[in-house]
Write a protein that binds this ligand. Structure first.
Ligand code: HMG
Ligand code: MG
Length: 316
């Protein structure tokens, strides 16, 4: 007896790319600042797991995000002593403006990520600008970064809902995503910042995104506050999405979205993908070790499930 309808999972890609955000999205939300040595330990564990895209920090104001105040030093060390032995790994960092770009360039970064929200209130609370002012700031960030030979990724936050304004129209979010793509972002990550999304809503958001952007330019960044992140990922997969953000151990949140939990745990995402026959290029056992390293550096248990339950057989 067939266990699933032949129509189900027809569009699921054979391989996907996972973009790791624990060192940035995760650590920015910890009460205690993790020392540089702990961050480097996590970088090494993530690289060893086979992850090929790792966001390591943010070149934002240290007054706004003190946990990442060592961004310049961390990035310089990673670029000088980790990047040469792992040329296949793209290390990236958040940049809100031209000042952040200068810091990224000085550290030798080859990729940055710009970020903004689809809702005015979250945008203002997070980066102290209106949406229109943010677009203007990005003119002196995205273009100059591209001219300097860097790759630029974009984030749109609050796509599935804003902690201050509530519902956000998908048309608004996708228009911003399209604009970021036209300004030079190779990929735009759509963020469920507060982890409120449900599958039918995800279907509408992602379908609109795929109507507006090439499939490789669409990524999903799903916080797991209400336990719906993996269900939403399955909807994205079924629509053909090939890029997913994740945070090892489920570390993280957004300090300007109160109560938001971390991104979907990388080990839970990879477990599910590999179990579905979708290749990630990531060694799950080593990823579980990275999740344990993350727990050790923050000094508390993390919510990811697979690193606690164990891997067992992938395809029973
Ligand atoms: P501001 O106070 O409006 O900045 O902050 P300003 O331009 O008025 O400058 C004020 C001071 O900050 C000046 O210094 C600038 O030099 C300095 P002073 O003259 O007073 O000594 N400054 C900087 N310093 C270091 N690096 C910089 C920088 N820029 C200005 N790049 C700013 C504006 C954008 C800087 C601030 O609001 C900020 O840093 N915000 C970052 C907030 C943040 O990191 N939030 C979390 C990340 S977003 C997220 O988590 C969502 C995401 O995961 C997706 C999702 O889940 O949806 C990406
Ligand atoms: Mg986030």
């Amino acid at each position: 007896m067939s266990s699933s309808s032949p129509d189900l999972f027809q569009n699921v890609p054979g391989a996907v790319s996972v973009y790791e955000v624990s060192l940035r999205d995760g650590l920015q939300n910890e009460n205690a600042t993790v020392p540089l040595s702990g961050k480097l330990r996590l970088v090494d564990a993530l690289v060893a797991s086979g992850l090929r895209r790792i966001e390591i920090t943010s070149f934002v104001s240290p007054r706004w995000i003190p946990q990442l105040a060592d961004a310049d030093e961390l990035a310089e060390i990673v670029i000088a002593s980790r990047a040469p032995s792992s040329p296949e790994v793209a290390f990236s960092a958040l940049c809100p403006n031209a000042r952040g770009l200068e810091r990224a360039k000085s550290a030798g970064m080859k990729e940055i990520a710009v970020f903004m929200s689809a809702s005015e209130t979250h945008n203002k609370k997070n980066i102290n600008k209106t949406i229109a002012e943010t677009m203007t700031a990005f003119e002196s960030t995205i273009g100059p970064a591209r001219e300097a030979g860097m790759r630029v990724r974009g984030y749109v936050s609050t796509v599935w809902g804003c902690p201050y304004e509530g519902a956000v129209a998908p048309a608004t979010s996708i228009a911003i995503a399209r604009r970021l793509f036209e300004m030079g972002c190779y990929q735009v990550s759509l963020g469920d910042t507060i982890g409120a999304g449900t599958p039918r809503q995800t279907h509408e958001v992602v379908k609109r995104a795929l109507d507006a952007l090439p499939v490789e330019a669409v990524a999903m960044h799903m916080h797991d506050t209400r336990g719906t992140a993996l269900a939403n990922v399955v909807v994205g997969l079924e629509l053909g999405v090939r890029n997913f953000d994740a945070s090892v151990g489920g570390l993280g949140g957004c300090p300007y979205a109160p109560g938001a939990a971390g991104n979907v745990a990388t080990e839970d995402l990879v477990y599910m993908l590999e179990g579905m026959g979708v290749e990630t290029g990531i060694d799950l056992e080593r990823l579980v070790e990275a999740a344990r390293a993350a727990e050790s550096i923050v000094g508390r248990p993390l919510p990811g499930k697979v690193h606690r339950a164990g891997i067992r057989s992938l395809r029973a």
